[in-house]
Write a protein that binds this ligand. Structure first.
Ligand SMILES: Nc1nc2c(c(=O)[nH]1)N[C@H]1C(S)=C(S)[C@@H](COP(=O)(O)O)O[C@H]1N2
Ligand SMILES: [Mo]
Length: 309
C-alpha cells in the first residue's frame, strides 16, 4: 500500500472555531437519492467493467484487497452547496486507483466517459481522461483509517479529485460502463444538471458567523477555501467597501485538498460587512458573478454582516 503523504504542520486555520481540516467520518456531509442505505454483503459485492473495452472484467472485494492500494487526502464537494454552505468535507481515502482498473479493461478509441452506477440506481458520468490521469481517482474502501461507513458507500465507492460528487463520487458502486457522453446520460444530467462538473473556486467564511455580535478590538476571521486540482494561492477579505486585503493562508497539503485561512481584523463598533474571495493556482480570481447551484455549481462571493459592540 502506498500511504498518503504526511499532512504538513499548519494546515489548520489559526482562527478559533474554523472547521477541522480533516473531517471526522461522523461529521462528513451526506447526499443520497436513496431513502434507505443499501446494504451490500462484501462477499457478494462485484464490480462489472464493460462497454467500449477490449476486455470486460469483474472485480471482487478480495481483488481490491489484493491490488496495489493507495491512500490519499481528497476534499469532496457537492454541486448543491450554496455559497458559504457546508456540503464539503476532507478525508483520507484508501482504495484502488481506477486507472489500474481501466488499464486491465483497455478502453477503446472513441470512448470519452465512464458511467458509474450504484446498486440503488444512481449514476454518474465522469470524463474517461480524468480517471486515467495521475490525480488518484479511486475505488475507495477506507475513509480516515476505517472501513467505508455504510452511509458513505460501503463497501466500495468512487472518489475523484476535482469533480463535484454528482458526476464522480458514486457510492455503493457496482458497475462501470466505458461509453461516450454522446451516448449516455447520468442520473442528475437526466434531471437538468450538467453532464460535467469541475469544482468551482470557493472561499468560505466560517467565523464569525453571519449576524454574530462580536466585541470591538481584534476579531479573528477565518474559514476554508477550495479549488481541487488547481489549489488555492490567495484568499482576500474585504470589510465594508474597503480594499481587498490578503488573508494568512494555512499550509497547503496538496492541490486536491481544501486550504484554510485566517485574517485578523481590528473591529470598530457598528454594523460591518465581511466578504471573502479566493484565487486558484491558475491565477484566476473567484468570480463575483452569482449563480445558483443548478446546473453546474454555485458561484459568487460570500457576504455576511456582523455587529461589533
Ligand atoms: N449511490 C449514490 N452515490 C452518490 C450519491 C447518491 O445519491 N447515491 N450522491 C452523490 C453526490 S451528489 C455527492 S455530493 C456525494 C456525496 O458523498 P457523501 O454522501 O459521502 O458525502 O456522493 C455522490 N454519490
Ligand atoms: Mo452532490
Amino acid at each position: 500500500m502506498k500511504p498518503a503523504p504526511a499532512v504538513p504542520a499548519g494546515v489548520q486555520s489559526k482562527a478559533p472555531g474554523v472547521t477541522p481540516w480533516l473531517t471526522p467520518n461522523n461529521d462528513f456531509y451526506r447526499i443520497d437519492t436513496a431513502l434507505s442505505v443499501p446494504e451490500i454483503n462484501v462477499q457478494d459485492w462485484e464490480l462489472r467493467v464493460h462497454g467500449l473495452v477490449e476486455r470486460e472484467i469483474r472485480l471482487s472485494f478480495q481483488d481490491l484487497l489484493d491490488a496495489d492500494l493507495i491512500e490519499s487526502h481528497v476534499s469532496l464537494t457537492c454541486v448543491s452547496n450554496p455559497v458559504g454552505g457546508n456540503l464539503a468535507g476532507n478525508a483520507k481515502w484508501l482504495g484502488m486507483p481506477i486507472r489500474d482498473v481501466l488499464k486491465m479493461a483497455a478502453p477503446q478509441d472513441g470512448a470519452d466517459m465512464v458511467l458509474s452506477t450504484s446498486i440503488d440506481g444512481f449514476s454518474a458520468s465522469t470524463p474517461l481522461e480524468v480517471l486515467q490521469d495521475d490525480r488518484d481517482a479511486m475505488l475507495a474502501i477506507g475513509m480516515n483509517g476505517e472501513a467505508l461507513p455504510l452511509e458513505h458507500g460501503y463497501p466500495v465507492r468512487m472518489v475523484v479529485p476535482g469533480l463535484y460528487g454528482f458526476v464522480s463520487a458514486t457510492k455503493w458502486v457496482v458497475d462501470l460502463e466505458v461509453t461516450r457522453f454522446a451516448d449516455s446520460k447520468a442520473y442528475w444530467t437526466q434531471r437538468g444538471w450538467s453532464e460535467r462538473g469541475p469544482i468551482k473556486t470557493m472561499a468560505r467564511v466560517e467565523v464569525p458567523k453571519s449576524f454574530a455580535k462580536v466585541p470591538a478590538g481584534r476579531v479573528a476571521i477565518g474559514g476554508t477555501a477550495w479549488a481541487q486540482t488547481r489549489g488555492i494561492t490567495k484568499v482576500e477579505v474585504q470589510i465594508d467597501n474597503g480594499p481587498w486585503t490578503e488573508a494568512v493562508l494555512s499550509t497547503e497539503a496538496s492541490l486536491i485538498t481544501w486550504r484554510q485561512w485566517s485574517f485578523d481584523w481590528e473591529a470598530t463598533p457598528g454594523p460591518h460587512y465581511i466578504k471573502a474571495r479566493a484565487t486558484d493556482g491558475t491565477g484566476e480570481v473567484q468570480t463575483d458573478k452569482r449563480a445558483d447551484p443548478v446546473p453546474d455549481g454555485a458561484s459568487g462571493w460570500q457576504s455576511l454582516m456582523v455587529t461589533v459592540e
